[in-house]
Design a protein around this ligand. Structure first.
Ligand SMILES: CC(=O)c1sc(CCOP(=O)(O)OP(=O)(O)O)c(C)[n+]1Cc1cnc(C)nc1N
Ligand SMILES: [Mg+2]
Length: 617
């Protein structure tokens, strides 16, 4: 059989295939996902696990008339390949290429733009309301993973969906994994439901035997089973939510998936189909280690090896808190489902009694931290900048108002590259600096990170320490430098101008200034409160350039301008930051260059102030 995928450009083509061709198609999709992810990196294990489900969905439903929503959207590579994008699939996550997630502006088949978890059900509810009000009749299907279902948004939406009884199909893609092992009582309950699957298998076997012995006996047994099911189902929370629950079924059995979807498709009211899948299905290394192969960088598809990345800021953070927990018995670290990403594997193993993964719910992470602080602990919430957006009110309402001792260790601060606009961490300074009582700091290296973490435990109050997605030189174990809290640091003196930078842009500032005696560089490591004494001194005698890997609007530069106005100082100044638009996915250095926050951009700003440097200086 020639390539089946070659014959499929749209879901219409898929509907003409035979059963054997569909099975072949699933395998070819798998190979293409492996081939391209090996080159580009990406969400391999999740996408491999969803292949049969996506083939079955496009076989039974009529996208784009019917709306198929993918929660998080990282598992939808097969969906992209089947909906007119297979010729561009090799560009996925590359600058100017396909997004790594579903994206409304990319295809009419992409029902929602995603990257953050737990949004599909509220979106589906909204679409169902719109459909019914407009008298339309298309179907709505939301595919949500067991990890995404730990998000409060998803559970709250389920509650409303059950009450309103809108016609929609929810597919729970249960692979027992978030990025790490999944957590939560619901997740534990899913395991018991899977026992039911074992019961179903045993029942199928038993039915055959009984029917051969005596149909009467089979009938009695069937009645007993229905009674038992009622009891079991009373346990099933989906019934409490007003949903029809079907499952668990094998999420890789293409034939039975198609059969089921055909029958569920026209049921009235909300149905949840519980499919059990294997994360990484069909690729041994990904099946055996779905954590690493959740999002590998490129790899050799013939001989897939884990790639050891350089020492990261996340690891520097993880090493620091692992040591600090020995020095500070009240320290407690919380992660919202990002143990690996936040560098907390070692910490979680060393201090399991002072570690908590709350699942994909950043709001719960922050407010659990507040509760810990209220009762005498020293919580550290390890959280990506972009995901902290989910807990803005919790920072204000539950932490800052009472000035609680909660440390926000903000990872992935700044542009993050291939994950694109849903994952760039470029708003946190703007949304945090308006919050009274809250301090914002940005260390220049692992040593300063250690100094800040340790000092933050002493200083107390809400403190955000932000650091980028990047490698960093490791700091020696046991070393805890002192830091003059709230102060900036002059890294290079200048005669005419100073560049105020922090975090990742500090290296650009030093590169731009080079050896030129006219230009100085300041490590503006405290973003709130600013070091206004140093700012006033510099403003009185020098031209200034601020630069940040953050939205210019509302960022550090804005804070400097506000302070200068308050201090009634009017130096010549340029503010460099990200433009007021969403930055697409791509290579970080090239995104920085395009935004003008790299060394060349800083030199251009200095030239505009009359300080012309050449690149070699
Ligand atoms: C891509 C990304 O950022 C992912 S994928 C993922 C696990 C999703 O588990 P699920 O069971 O839903 O899917 P599975 O991978 O198929 O098992 C997380 C936690 N994240 C990070 C994350 C964290 N927090 C929020 C609000 N959104 C996201 N996307
Ligand atoms: Mg999962």
């Amino acid at each position: 059989m020639g390539s089946v995928l070659d014959q499929v450009d749209t879901p219409e083509d898929l509907k003409r295939l035979s059963e054997a061709e569909l099975l072949q198609l699933a395998e070819e999709l798998r190979s293409e996902i492996i081939r391209v992810t090996a080159q580009n990196g990406g969400h391999l294990a999740s996408s491999l696990g969803a292949v049969e489900l996506i083939v079955a969905l496009h076989r039974v439903f009529n996208s784009p008339t019917d709306r198929i929503l993918f929660d998080v959207g990282h598992q939808a590579y097969a969906h992209k390949l089947l909906t007119g994008r297979k010729d561009r699939f090799h560009t996925i996550r590359k600058e100017g290429g396909l997004s790594g997630f579903t994206k409304v502006s990319e295809s009419p088949h992409d029902a929602i733009t995603v990257g953050h978890a737990s949004t599909s059900l509220a979106n589906a509810l909204g679409m169902a309301l719109a459909r019914d009000l407009r008298g339309e009749t298309y179907k709505i299907v939301a595919v949500i993973g067991d990890g995404a279902l730990t998000g409060g948004m998803a559970l709250a939406a389920l509650n409303k969906i059950g009450e309103l009884q809108k016609d929609l199909l929810i597919i729970l893609n249960d692979n027992e994994m978030s990025i790490s092992q999944n957590v939560g009582a619901l997740n534990r309950h899913f395991r018991t439901l899977q026992v039911q699957k074992w019961v179903q298998d045993a029942e199928r076997f038993g039915r055959g035997v009984l029917e051969r012995i005596s149909p009467k006996l089979y009938e009695m047994a069937d009645r007993a089973k229905e009674a038992a099911k009622l009891v079991l189902h009373q346990e099933n929370p989906f019934y409490a939510w007003g949903l029809r629950y079907v499952g668990p079924v094998d999420g890789h059995d293409l034939k039975s998936l198609i059969y089921l979807l055909e029958h569920l498709k026209s049921l009235k009211g909300p149905t949840i189909l519980h499919v059990v899948t294997k994360k990484g299905k069909g690729y041994k290394v990904a099946e055996s280690d779905p954590v690493y192969w959740h999002g590998p960088p490129g790899f050799d598809p013939q001989n897939p090896q884990k790639i050891k990345k350089g020492y990261s800021w996340s690891q520097a953070f993880g090493d620091a808190v692992t040591e600090l927990a020995h020095l500070e018995p009240r320290l407690f670290v919380i992660t919202p489902a990002m143990r690996e990403g936040s560098g907390l594997v070692k910490y979680s193993q060393t201090h399991p009694d002072r570690y908590l993964d709350v699942g994909i719910c950043e709001d719960v992470a922050v407010t659990t931290g507040a509760g810990l602080a209220l009762r005498g602990m020293k919580p550290v919430v390890a959280i990506y900048s972009t995901f902290l957006q989910r807990a803005y009110d919790q920072v204000i309402h539950d932490v800052a108002i009472e000035n609680l001792d909660v440390i926000l260790a903000i990872d992935r601060a700044g542009l993050v590259g291939a994950d694109g606009p849903t994952h760039h961490g470029v708003f946190d300074i703007a949304y945090l600096r308006t919050v009274p009582n809250l301090t914002i700091a940005a260390p220049k290296d692992a040593l300063e990170l250690r100094a800040m973490l340790k000092k933050a435990l002493e200083v107390g109050g809400p403190i955000a320490i932000r650091y980028p997605r990047d490698t960093v030189d490791p700091a020696p174990e046991g070393v805890w430098p002192e830091i003059a809290w709230g102060t900036w640091e002059v890294l290079k003196e200048g005669r005419e101008a100073y560049i105020l930078a922090f975090g990742k842009t500090l290296r650009y500032a030093l590169e731009a200034a080079g050896e030129d005696p006219r230009v100085g560089v300041v490590n503006a490591r405290f973003i709130k409160p600013l070091d206004e004494a140093m700012l006033a001194r510099l403003a009185r005698g020098f031209k200034l350039v601020t630069v940040e890997d953050h939205q210019a609007m509302g960022g550090f530069g804005s804070a400097v301008l506000e302070a200068l106005a308050r201090l009634e100082l009017k130096p010549e100044i340029r503010v460099l930051g990200l433009p007021d638009r969403f930055i697409e996915h791509g290579g970080i250095p090239s995104l920085h260059a395009k935004a003008g926050i790299d060394a060349a951009g800083i030199r251009r700003a200095l030239a505009a102030l009359g300080v012309t440097l050449t690149a070699s200086e």
